[in-house]
Design a protein around this ligand. Structure first.
Ligand SMILES: [Zn+2]
Length: 274
C-alpha cells in the first residue's frame, strides 16, 4: 500500500471518529471529552468481564455473593435511570488480594480478599461506591478517548471504526482479548478521576443509607493490610496518595451525614449483612 493511500485511510478513520466526538459534563460538573458512545464502552466492559470470568476462579459462596449483590443493588438504585437500566452483574473472584472493580455496562467484580479489609457493609459500600463512581462518571470512556487521540496505531482506529460501523458482538469476540486493554478500559485512572470517584462514591453511600464516615476507615484498613502483608494491594498502588484521600473523605463525611440520616429516617436502611 502506498504511503498516500495509508494516510488517506487513516484520515477517513480519524474523520469518522471525530464526527462522533462529544464534550459532556461529569456528575461533579467537570468537562469531559468523549470519543466513544456509552454502548461501545458497555460492550467492551461486558466482554472484558466475561473474559475474566472464564480466566479466574469465581466464588461459589452463596452468602458472599448475596452480600456483594445487596450492596451493589443499594448503590445502583441511586444512579440515574439510564445507568440503572444496564444489566448490572456481580462476580466474586477467588483471589486473596483486596481488590474490586466496576466496568462500563454494569459489571462489578470483587476479590474474596476484599473481605479482609471491608469489615462491614458500609465499608464494602465505600469500595463499591468508588468503583461504581468511575462508571457513573464515564472514566473508562475518557481514558479510551485520550488513548485514541494520542495513539498513532492504525489498529486502534481500525478497531474503533469497526465498532462504529455496526460491527457485531460476535466479530468483536473473535478479534481477541486485546481491545479492552488496548483502549485502556482496564488501566489505572488519573488522579482527577480518582478524586472524583471518591466524591461520587461517598455521596452514593450516604444516599443509599450507608454510613459515609466508614469510607475513610476502609482505606485505613487497606493501609494496615499493606503493612501486615508487606505488599501493596492494587487498589492502593493505582489510587494515589492514600493519606491525603483519607483526609478528604474524613472532611467530606460531616456534610453527607444529613443525607445519610434523612435516608435512614425514611426507611432506607440496607441490611446486606456482616
Ligand atoms: Zn479508583
Amino acid at each position: 500500500m502506498t504511503l498516500n493511500l495509508k494516510y488517506g485511510i487513516l484520515g477517513v478513520l480519524l474523520l469518522a471518529l471525530l464526527t462522533g466526538c462529544a464534550t459532556t459534563t461529569s456528575p461533579t460538573g467537570r468537562r469531559q471529552y468523549l470519543a466513544l458512545s456509552d454502548s461501545q464502552l458497555d460492550q467492551m466492559g461486558a466482554r472484558a468481564f466475561s473474559e475474566m470470568k472464564m480466566q479466574q476462579p469465581v466464588g461459589k459462596d452463596a452468602r458472599q455473593n448475596a452480600y456483594v449483590q445487596c450492596v451493589v443493588e443499594a448503590l445502583v438504585k441511586q444512579l440515574p435511570t439510564e445507568l440503572r437500566s444496564v444489566p448490572w452483574e456481580v462476580a466474586v473472584f477467588v483471589d486473596d488480594t483486596p481488590n474490586a472493580f466496576a466496568l462500563p455496562g454494569g459489571k462489578v467484580g470483587v476479590h474474596t480478599g476484599i473481605f479482609k479489609v471491608a469489615e462491614n457493609q458500609d465499608q464494602l459500600a465505600a469500595v463499591l461506591g468508588h468503583e461504581i463512581g468511575h462508571v457513573y462518571a464515564r472514566h473508562s470512556n475518557e481514558r479510551a478517548s485520550r488513548q485514541v487521540a494520542t495513539s498513532t496505531g492504525i489498529q486502534v482506529l481500525g478497531a474503533l471504526a469497526g465498532v462504529r460501523y455496526g460491527q457485531t458482538g460476535a466479530d468483536l469476540v473473535t478479534q481477541g482479548g486485546g481491545m479492552a486493554v488496548q483502549l485502556g478500559i482496564l488501566l489505572p485512572f488519573s488522579r482527577v478521576q480518582e478524586t472524583e470517584a471518591d466524591d461520587i462514591g461517598q455521596r452514593l453511600m450516604a444516599q443509599a443509607g450507608f454510613d459515609p464516615r466508614q469510607a475513610a476507615l476502609l482505606w485505613q484498613n487497606m493501609i494496615a493490610e499493606t503493612a501486615g502483608s508487606g505488599r501493596t494491594p492494587q487498589l492502593l498502588s493505582t489510587h494515589p496518595d492514600p493519606q491525603n484521600r483519607i483526609q478528604e473523605l474524613q472532611k467530606a463525611a460531616p456534610s453527607l451525614m444529613p443525607v445519610y440520616e434523612a435516608e435512614r429516617r425514611a426507611g432506607n436502611v440496607p441490611q446486606c449483612g456482616n
